[in-house]
Design a protein around this ligand. Sequence first.
Ligand SMILES: Nc1ncnc2c1ncn2[C@@H]1O[C@H](COP(=O)(O)OP(=O)(O)OP(=O)(O)O)[C@@H](O)[C@H]1O
Ligand SMILES: [Mg+2]
Length: 422
Amino acid sequence: MKLTTKQTEAFKVATSGDYSVVIFGGSIRGGKTWWLLSTMLYLCLTHAKSRYVVIRRSLPDLKRNTFPSIQELLDRYFMQAVSDWNHDTQVITFINGSQLMFMSESYNEDKDLNRFKGLEVNGFGFEEINECQKATFHKAIERSGTWLNSSGNPPTVILATLNPAQNWTKEEFYIPFVEGTLNERWKFIVSKITDNPHIPEQYKENLKMLSPIEYARFVEGDWDAVEGSENPFLWAWDEAKHVQHNIKHNPSLLTYFSVDFNVTPLCCLVIQHHGRQAWVVDEFAISPGSIEALCDRISAYGVPTGMIRITGDAMGNGRTLQQRDNSSHYLTIKKLLKLNDKQIIIPANPTHKNSRVDCNAALMKLDIKVSNSCKGFILDASQVECDSEGSIIKQNRKIITQRADLLDCFRYFVNAILKRYL
Ligand SMILES: Nc1ncnc2c1ncn2[C@@H]1O[C@H](COP(=O)(O)OP(=O)(O)OP(=O)(O)O)[C@@H](O)[C@H]1O
Ligand SMILES: [Mg+2]
């Protein structure tokens, strides 16, 4: 088996016996899991009757992520050395008498770490230690080197893979590493996706769809990239790229009116598109909103009836708007503007989270230009924030960053029309 350069460096440190704690990683897909498991297999196989433990936060995580990797490594390189893999106790026994045990931390069920009491082992391998508790790490320090019946002198060592996290692992490992104050018997080796030649280009390309903060943190391994108060919904919005002067309405293209009825004022974006190109040509707000006033505004554009398309909020159910009769807003619009069914395009509203992914993908992948006259939308695009779940924060309509009516119009248009080009 051929390790990557970084894996080789960490492998040498881990098996040297000179270090008691070896941390490897700092970003996704850097070859962490393969390093951890292959190094632990090596330790088991070169030191007869040794005992090492692989720990991960939960059993489902072990089953889903760690077992497929160990199975692949065994199948490819180590099968002839295995005497038994007991899937009830999660222990692999090797022909030389060594054992590799798999334990879930299961901290919520065992806060006193009772399962570790009396455990006699040579060392541990934490898979994604940033998901584990500090107490478990300290328990592992206490239990490492307690197994005295192996042949030779197996290293007493704790290995751990790590992704950037704002928790105890940053204080314990990362900051001392950066500041040069890490315990001299501990080693931190950074491995990024670019250090792993086994990752397909297409996968790396797809990662660019992460938000800049997630990308910086998980791909570039930037520990200081934190979602703070400034968490824009449209993180891909770039005024220099997306705002354009002198965008003119094009009479030979369809004209979309994307409407947000939910609130007063009633808001609308006027958008045109041609394949992957889209132009937000105008915006308007009507206060107090009414469907008649909206239709008057639309008529005033002078667009031939056949060239009009209406999209917008699927919830247009009149919660805040007075209606002349009981038909829905869209029926009223249809009637007043003499439209047919095909001119009204209203798919179900997307969740904020999905909508955030689509809108940012649209801003990145498609050619979207917004007229500099659309001051309200430009403000929304740069200011509207969302919470850590990706939902738009709309608690206080008086705060400019928490109003998002024109952004909503844009979201509805992306969902109804542009999504198919993403
Ligand atoms: N030395 C190697 N030889 C061949 N393939 C490797 C090697 N190291 C890693 N890989 C391949 O690269 C992929 C990613 O490696 P690995 O799972 O170890 O990375 P990771 O950092 O644990 O990723 P994640 O962040 O998803 O947990 C693996 O699926 C494996 O196929
Ligand atoms: Mg992994």
